[in-house]
Ligand binder design. Sequence first.
Ligand code: MG
Length: 377
Amino acid sequence: MMKVVDVRTHLMSIPHLKDYRWAIGSPRGTNNVLVEVETEDGIIGYGDACGTRSAEAVDATIRSVRRYVIGQDAFRSQLIMDTLYRKGNWSNQRRFANQAFAGIEMALWDACGKALGQPLHRLLGGKYHESIHWFGFVQGGTPDALADHATRLTDQGFDILYMKIGIRDDIDLLSVASVREAIGDGVRLRLDVNEAWTRTQAIRMSRQLEPFNIDWIEQPLVFWDFEGAALLRSMSPIPTILDQSIFTHYDVLRMIRENASDVLVLGFHETGGLLQLRNAAAVADAAGISLNRHAVLGESGLSTLAALHVLSTIPNLADGNQIMSGLFEQDVLVDGQVEITNARTPVPDQPGLGAQINWDSVGRFKRLYMEVGQYPM
Ligand SMILES: [Mg+2]
């Protein structure tokens, strides 16, 4: 028994290097909630909860279930998580609660790894992969700016690029053409629409985008339209993939039953924890479908470390996975903890997540939260 004695949270506003542009808007920073779980032996586990909708609401959600974590054995995180949904009565609100609960679960795993002196991947089945492959996230406000950034990313060694579309059809087509021309034919290119298209628009755009040799188009339709996703998949010349439609292992089952996607794009802030991400990946594996890791706005470098551990244990992992922390001016981790060389990061072997928190940065981001609060989307 390794009893949890405290659960603490830190609400932060983390500025972006530059505006982050996607179909919803262009927020100037990320709101994040750092979770600390302390055990009776004085071990502190760190977790990352996202706060892009409302850091205050995520914090309140964590506080609402604190009583079901304190006093429990940190090594029984499955039972603890189940209790949060049942006794905390969050079961039918998972899409919101999971971004908060994932922070608690991550902190529990970190504490367990530290207690055993073992890296987290060794608690989750061990490394199947030695390093994790990321895509380069192309950002920019104009077709030229996007092309410039895409070129810089390929120069850095990224061989899969990802960019947001769904802004406006004519601008999207110009942007994709500009990026494809800049990077040449040897680099794979993925597009994310973030639910911005109607069914007819999606069919039309997928045909117009065909000449640009697109790897896949992510979440073209609104998240609940599984039937439309299956229909589009049968008509689009480019593979169309679900992301926001899938949060849990039972969503994965529905995706498979309805033939709605060839790849599962999913992250642990949707599933509500690292173990549930593994479970969802296993359901997909049964249908011959790979997991491509999704990152959500609101994640810090702590989530990147957690991703390295859990993804390394997933056999059916796709290439070109997503991280978000590169968007920040400064991360919550000490510098140099998550380095990318030729689009890859080796899986860490320090105990737990292997995270060293930069408390100066955390202090600055907490003060900034007091001043600027929630960044608008
Ligand atoms: Mg996406």
